[in-house]
Design a protein around this ligand. Structure first.
Ligand SMILES: NC(=O)c1ccc[n+]([C@@H]2O[C@H](COP(=O)([O-])OP(=O)(O)OC[C@H]3O[C@@H](n4cnc5c(N)ncnc54)[C@H](OP(=O)(O)O)[C@@H]3O)[C@@H](O)[C@H]2O)c1
Length: 287
């Protein structure tokens, strides 16, 4: 199959404004693009996927039926919305590459941790509407949560457009940009915190005699059940803990040890460290 003169495959007869260029066919690019199709926000053919390594775009595109763009610029030229799904360190180069083909009709949605709307706007050129978003890894199973905030020229309509696309992977909340680094530290990195705790709990189960697969199953369903108590049962996390902790009982003994080990202070310090790192990503220490 050959690309058309703009370098885009499979894009015949599409309404360009509805097309979404996803630049970066890595983990999040694939997850978000697949979510847009799963939710019905866009058809697979309306997603134009591009990557620095064209073969990667081809693999992801083929897997989902997306249109495969030969270059970032070709994708942008054929789309109304542009999603920047590259690492923060690559945002500068990508912005410089696509700036000449961006116009006022484009909406750019960036998911790069730590990169401010101000940085994006100065790299992409004045007048381009920018929305910054922070999704998380649970997006891959449609259970993510994404925070969005507008840049200086993005209006309500732009925010709604971004919301419609990102809701394919879970709920979307609007926050002030001053809070996005805090969101990154809580829900962006959050799946890793819960996974680390779960990993330790599985090991602990093995220590007290459970076969590993049994321990893993118990932990996975307990994690899911606890989440449901909070999200569907309307309980606060503290209420769940209190409900399970009878005076002098087994849970009380366990909680005492967790507090003694400094779990609460550890979580506070961990989130502070992630927050500081997120702020640093916007500056010299990008990775
Ligand atoms: N993973 C998460 O849970 C998560 C959560 C929230 C936000 N984010 C944000 O999502 C972004 C992407 O993360 P990821 O984990 O999906 O990264 P990833 O898997 O490394 O994907 C990024 C892809 O973009 C490609 N790329 C690099 N420069 C490019 C360019 N100029 N044009 C087109 N493609 C380019 C990369 O190619 P090379 O590998 O060859 O460089 C790679 O294939 C990051 O900014 C991150 O902060 C991630």
């Amino acid at each position: 199959m050959c690309p058309d003169p703009a370098g885009v495959w499979n894009t015949a007869a599409m309404d360009n404004d509805r097309n979404v260029a996803v630049l970066g066919a890595g983990k999040m690019g694939e997850i978000l693009a697949a979510g847009m199709v799963r939710s019905g926000a866009r058809t697979a053919g309306q997603i134009l996927i591009a990557d620095a390594v064209e073969d990667r775009a081809r693999q992801v595109g083929t897997r989902h039926g997306f249109s495969i763009a030969g270059t970032n610029r070709a994708a942008v030229q054929d789309a109304g919305v542009v999603v920047l799904a590259v690492k923060p360190k690559d945002i500068g180069g990508l912005s410089a590459e696509i700036a000449p083909v961006l116009g006022r009709s484009h909406l750019v949605v960036s998911i790069a941790a730590g990169i401010t709307t101000g940085t994006l706007e100065s790299g992409l050129g004045t007048g381009v509407a920018v929305v910054r978003a922070m999704p998380n890894a649970a997006s891959s199973v449609g259970e993510g949560i994404t925070a969005i905030c507008p840049g200086s020229t993005a209006n309500k309509g732009h925010l709604e457009r971004a919301r419609e696309l990102l809701e394919g992977v879970g709920p979307v909340i609007s926050v002030d940009e001053s809070l996005i680094d805090a969101v990154t530290a809580v829900s962006g990195s959050g799946p890793a915190y819960f996974a680390l705790f779960a990993e330790a709990l599985v090991d602990a189960g093995v220590t007290v005699g459970l076969p590993r697969d049994v321990s893993a199953r118990l932990v996975a369903q307990t994690m899911r059940g606890t989440a449901a108590l909070v999200t569907q049962g309307g309980m606060e996390p503290a209420e769940v803990r209190e409900a399970v902790t009878s005076p002098g009982g087994t849970t009380a003994m366990a909680i005492r040890e967790l507090e003694r080990a400094g779990l609460r202070a550890g979580v506070l310090n961990a989130v502070q460290a992630a927050f500081d790192r997120a702020k640093g990503l916007g500056g010299a220490g990008r990775q």
